[in-house]
Design a protein around this ligand. Sequence first.
Ligand SMILES: CC(C)(COP(=O)(O)OP(=O)(O)OC[C@H]1O[C@@H](n2cnc3c(N)ncnc32)[C@H](O)[C@@H]1OP(=O)(O)O)[C@@H](O)C(=O)NCCC(=O)NCCS
Length: 161
Amino acid sequence: MPILNVRTATSEDLNRILDIYNQGIEDRIATLEVEAKDFDYMTDWFKVHQNRYTVLVAESDGIVVGWASLNRYSHRCAYDGIADLSIYVDRTFRSKGVGSALHLELEKEARKNNFYKIILFTFPFNENGQRLYQKIGYREVHVFEKQEVMDGQYIDVMIME
Ligand SMILES: CC(C)(COP(=O)(O)OP(=O)(O)OC[C@H]1O[C@@H](n2cnc3c(N)ncnc32)[C@H](O)[C@@H]1OP(=O)(O)O)[C@@H](O)C(=O)NCCC(=O)NCCS
């Protein structure tokens, strides 16, 4: 794969961020969301992802192939030092190191922005996700059993930190 460039996202990237997010929704391995999002949703999301809540994109040959963000974990100020992670890679670019490259840079951003911990929610059956998170050093905190119903099936959700 050509060299990856990881940089801060701008509003120009929102169409690609949306496409990649909708792939993750469609694949049913990444999120409990089931409805495809639209551009207005992504624009509103981006408005609350400024300053500390960074969004990074990974580009290959000038095309955005993945994105990662630090999200607000809680509105309680006691949790201000904790960020929640999202990370999504275009289907055709998964398992090629894009997720690792994004996380490496996002972790630096998190430290710069005074977060002392990143947490994430994932599905135990998300193999790519599990491999990435274990490689980086996330630990399983808990698996919530039957945490949600998606497409008529109970879904377990794992929290990692
Ligand atoms: C989960 C996701 C972000 C991981 O990103 P990725 O770019 O696919 O992951 P990477 O290629 O960086 O792989 C990370 C590690 O997993 C392992 N790995 C990845 N794919 C592998 C494969 N097919 N076989 C064996 N090991 C593999 C490797 O150890 C790799 O480490 P390495 O770079 O030292 O080889 C990505 O697959 C994705 O977007 N999936 C859909 C959306 C999603 O699930 N998001 C997460 C929501 S919780």
